[in-house]
Design a protein around this ligand. Sequence first.
Ligand SMILES: Nc1ncnc2c1ncn2[C@@H]1O[C@H](COP(=O)(O)OP(=O)(O)OP(=O)(O)O)[C@@H](O)[C@H]1O
Ligand SMILES: [Mg+2]
Length: 319
Amino acid sequence: MEPGEPAGAAIRTRGLTKRWGGRLAVDRLDLVVPRGSVFGFLGPNGSGKTTTIRMLMGLVEPTSGTAELLGRPMPRAARRVLPAVGALIEGPALYGFLSGRDNLVRFDAADPAADPRTRAARVEAALDRVGLVAAAGKKARAYSLGMKQRLGLAAALLRPRELLVLDEPTNGLDPQGMREIRALVRELAGDGTTVFLSSHLLDEIEQVCTHVAVMARGRLLTQGTVTELAATAHGRLAVTTPDTADAVRVLKEHGVTDLVVADDRVTGELPVTKAPRDLADLNAALVGAGVRVRAFGAERASLEDAFVALTGEGFDVAG
Ligand SMILES: Nc1ncnc2c1ncn2[C@@H]1O[C@H](COP(=O)(O)OP(=O)(O)OP(=O)(O)O)[C@@H](O)[C@H]1O
Ligand SMILES: [Mg+2]
C-alpha cells in the first residue's frame, strides 16, 4: 500500500455477473475482501468460484458489473495492478518438456520487472517455499497433480505480492501436502499478504481463513468473518430443568422450534438469526417465567451447519 492510501478492500466487486449462453454462472456478486484477511471463497462444485476469479484477474469479461483489485478497476488497470497480485487458477499452464525449475525460470523471465541477475535465487526460494526442491529437476509432464499445483503456487510466489488469488490451492494434494499449503498460507498472511482462496472444503476454510463468502448457484449467500458465520447457526439449544412443560411453552413463544423433551432435558432448534445476546435473553425469559434452569447451552455449530441453515440444503453440487 502506498503511503496515505486508505486501507480499503483488496478486492471489491459490484453487481458482478457472468452469463454463459443462457446460464447465469455468477449473479450480481457484491464481494468485499478486506486487506490483510485470509478470505475463503466457499461453494460447491459449479457455484461460480472459478468464473468469479477469472473475472477478477481480467481473464473473462463480465456480462455486467465491475471488479476492483487493490483499489483499481479491472481489467482497465491490469498492467498496474497485476504485478502486485499472484494467482493460481485451475491448473497452471506448464511446459511439459521443461523441468519444474525451468518452468519457473520462464515465468520469471516473462516478468519485465524481474532482475535477471537475481533470477536463480528467486526460483530456488520459490521452490523451497512450496517443497519442490527435490523434484525441481523432473520434467513437468511427469509431475503429479499435487506437484503441478505446488509449481503453480511457486510461480505465484516468485515476487512479493500484496494479494494472492488461489483457486482451490489444495486440489490434488494429499493430507500432508494440504497441511503444508495451509501452513504456507498462514505464513504469507503473517507477512501481511491478503490471501483470497476458493475451496469447496468447509473444514479447510475453517482452519485457515479469517473471513468467508459462501456461494451457491452463482449467488452470494453471505460474507463476513468465519466467527460471524458460525454464529448464524447455533446448532441445537439444550435446557436442563425439572419444569419441562413450562420451558417448552416459553421457548416456543421465543421462536424455538422442533422442541423435544427427554427426561429433564428440553432441546430445540434456534432461529437462524439468534445472536449470542438473544441467547442470554432467552435464558432470562425462562428464569423470569419461573422455570428453574439447571443448565442452558447451545452446541457450537460448524460452518457446515451454517451452510445448511443458509441454503436449507446439504453441501451438494449445483445441478
Ligand atoms: N467457459 C465456460 N463456458 C460455459 N459454461 C461455463 C464455462 N465455465 C464455467 N461454466 C459454467 O459456469 C458455472 C460455474 O462454473 P465455475 O467453474 O465457475 O464453478 P466453480 O465454483 O469453480 O466449480 P468447481 O468447484 O467445480 O471448480 C457452471 O455451471 C459451469 O458449467
Ligand atoms: Mg472452480
